[in-house]
Design a protein around this ligand. Structure first.
Ligand SMILES: [Zn+2]
Length: 85
């Protein structure tokens, strides 16, 4: 994953809360007659060139690049947080 700001292109209100979706392959063996599972191997993460990101606000799922591009299009404004009296 890249160390760049994300911005959800769907709800356009979330820059903070995401999850990364990783695919795993877990091989197992079955008994040919009964169909019962006889052996489970350890799961292996499937390496993906580009991670899949999910927005935790609207549950939109897309390539990491879509979130990065949206953040580049609409960068967060550095507005001062101190109120003016
Ligand atoms: Zn969203």
């Amino acid at each position: 994953m890249q160390e760049k700001p994300y911005f959800c292109p769907n709800c356009r209100s979330n820059r903070v809360k995401f999850s990364v979706i990783t695919s795993y392959a877990q091989s197992f063996q079955k008994d040919a007659l009964s169909g019962s599972i006889t052996e489970f191997k350890d799961p292996n993460a499937i390496a993906e060139s580009e991670p899949t990101i999910q927005c935790l606000i609207c549950h939109f799922t897309g390539n990491e690049l879509r979130f990065i591009k949206q953040a580049e299009r609409e960068p967060r404004m550095n507005t001062p947080t101190t109120p003016l009296y």
